[in-house]
Write a protein that binds this ligand. Structure first.
Ligand code: AMP
Length: 583
């Protein structure tokens, strides 16, 4: 057997090591079962060498004994101080590489002496040489240095044949790079790249910390930035809040006994919405998109030349990034390979190619369908009550949990109906309905716009858990949909979609006219939706119920020309009837 060659992503914030074994790519656990090692090195008070989480933990209190982000200094003739001694950047990087090597040896049960290491596409010769030297100091023969976007493209390389062009968008903790690459057979060529060495997820954390500091100043009159420990706690909390906001519409900073003011403890409990957070980070995202266009023009290409967008780096899990890229480039980014591990996986694939070992494509469990619900929004420029709102998108790795916020339409609205669909069509009625339920007993004094948080959780067995929660009261209802994934094979799905589509064409759905008063317009839209729903139920209703239903429908239709109050009253009667019929 030829000797194994490992692939290493030596990152600014985190590093990973992977290997191909039995034809499969395996990212090796390096930190308490997790395959991610923080790229931080330090010396403890007793002189012990710390690498990874232990060093990261001591950074805030002992920055003099800790070194992080050494990748930014690679290739410079400088020395960095750690404790009582000075080190070259290569030496600090070598400590990280040595730790990875030794953890891999323990995991694999044999020596590891050869590696492929990745570097950013923009790295100069001096920076590449310094990386090679770091490997050698760590006792590794560096068989090849490859570009990070090349590695990412290799990890994503699937059954595609022929040439294609990809845009690799890589946003990590502290660096941003975008590269345009040409993929042909097994050769990946970087055509152009651009970026900012000081932009990343850490900047997003900083915005959230500032937000919390401001709040503490306003509510408690304290300046928490003066306390090192309070700042350390806020920084950790901010990252957790940021990560939570990638999957849910609200998150809370909750830090008890953060600090003291005149002997009185100060607690922090501050909720932030995803909308507010997105407004904070928008300027950063704008900057990355400017770089995307610069890289494209550097490669002499336009948006329409790009066949796919590949996401790399933990911060690309931010939904705003995915949305903005899709809007700007007109195609949905691929994100089925874990963005934190993608580069190390690609490095391992390159290593296996060099060693002449067969590899399979990276195998990941992803959902083959999109799941979501419907809401009133614009479709083809018109307000429409059944716009599909995807929550879990096709090709998302599973298990996955996502939630979104929706709002009630009327003052005093007591219930909401939730319908869950599977499909891709912007019109929910063209997708497959896979479940529905009602949440009743909402706060009776709530005004229109009462937030309802809808959560979808899909597990590896294809079981979909759907939960709707009234945010203010905590009132919650949920359903479980078994076999959400296995429910329809593709041909059955197409068949069902055609069937629903045919139905839809036959029974033309009422699409409301525009009205200058937006409230009245919303009411009109909702009224027509109610009528449409009632008409669909007419077929199922018995003779007596059908008569009542027809009367109630007529009453709503008549009221459509009258004032809002009578329309609401007519709608309430019809809704009651529907509720009774559906029960
Ligand atoms: P990397 O350097 O690629 O390991 O990326 C690390 C950055 O990704 C850090 O700023 C993390 O806080 C950030 N990150 C990790 N997971 C998420 C997430 N789910 N949503 C947003 N940012 C994340």
């Amino acid at each position: 057997m030829s000797e194994v060659i490992v692939g290493i992503d030596l990152g600014t914030t985190n590093s990973e090591i992977a290997v191909v074994r039995d034809g499969r790519v395996e990212v090796i656990p390096v930190s308490g079962g997790v395959p991610i090692l923080p790229s931080v090195v330090g010396i403890a008070d007793d002189g012990t060498l710390l690498v990874g989480d232990a060093a990261k933990n001591q950074y805030v209190l002992h920055p003099d004994r800790t070194v992080r982000s050494i990748k930014r200094r690679m290739g410079e003739s400088v020395r960095v101080t750690m404790g009582t001694a000075d080190y070259a950047p290569q030496e600090i990087s070598a400590i990280i590489l040595r730790q990875l090597k030794s953890l891999a040896e323990t995991h694999l049960g044999h020596a590891v002496t050869r590696a492929v290491i990745t570097v950013p596409a923009f790295f100069s010769d001096a920076q590449r040489q310094a990386t090679r030297e770091a490997g050698e100091i760590a006792g590794l023969e560096v068989v090849r240095i490859i570009n990070e976007p090349t590695a990412a493209a290799l990890a994503y390389e699937s059954r595609h044949k022929g040439a294609r062009k990809a845009l690799v968008y890589d946003l990590g903790g502290g660096t941003f790079d975008v590269s345009v690459v040409n993929l042909e057979s097994d050769v990946v060529e970087v055509l152009a790249s651009h970026g900012n060495n000081h932009l990343g997820g850490d900047d997003f954390d900083r915005k959230l910390v500032d937000f919390a500091l401001e709040h503490l100043k306003e509510t408690n009159g304290v300046d928490a930035s003066r306390s090192v420990t309070a700042m350390a706690r806020l920084q950790r909390a901010a990252e957790a809040v940021k990560i939570a906001l990638s999957d849910q519409p609200y998150a809370t900073f909750a830090e008890e006994y953060l600090l003291e003011r005149d002997g009185v403890p100060v607690h922090l409990s501050l909720e932030i919405s995803r909308d507010d957070y997105e407004a904070m980070i928008k300027p950063y995202i704008d900057e990355t998109l400017d770089a995307v266009h610069l890289a494209l023009s550097g490669a002499g290409l336009t948006v329409s030349d790009i066949d796919e967008i590949l996401l790399v780096g933990g911060a690309t899990r931010t939904p705003l990034i995915v949305r903005r890229l899709e809007q700007d480039l007109g195609l949905p980014p691929r994100r089925e390979v874990d963005p934190d591990l993608c580069v190390a996986m690609g490095a391992a694939i390159q290593a296996a190619l060099i060693a002449g070992v067969q590899t399979h494509t990276v195998l990941i469990d992803v959902t083959p369908y999109t799941f979501g619900t419907s809401a009133i929004a614009e479709l083809n420029g018109e307000p429409y009550p059944y716009c599909f709102v995807p929550l879990i998108r096709k090709n998302t790795p599973i298990p996955v949990t996502k939630s979104e916020v929706f709002y009630t339409l009327f003052d005093g609205q007591e219930r909401v109906d939730v319908t869950v669909y599977q499909g891709e069509d912007p019109d929910a009625l063209n997708n497959i309905e896979i479940g529905r339920f009602t949440v009743e007993g909402l706060l009776d004094n709530a005004l229109a716009g009462n937030p309802i948080v809808l959560g979808l959780s899909l597990d590896l067995n294809g079981i979909l858990q759907v939960t709707a929660r009234e945010k203010q009261s905590g009132l919650e209802r949920s359903i479980t949909i078994a076999n959400a994934i296995a429910r329809f094979e593709q041909d059955k799905l197409d068949e069902a979609r055609n069937r629903v589509h045919a139905l839809f064409v036959e029974h033309e759905v009422a699409r409301p006219e525009r009205d200058s008063q937006s409230d009245s317009r919303r009411l009109g839209v909702e009224a027509r939706a109610l009528v449409e729903k009632a008409e669909r139920l007419l077929e199922k209703a018995g003779a007596e119920d059908a008569e009542d239903l027809v009367d109630a429908i007529e009453a709503v239709r008549d009221a459509l020309d009258g004032d809002d109050a009578s329309l609401r009253a007519a709608m309430a009667s019809l809704a009651d009837l529907l509720y009774y019929l559906e029960a």
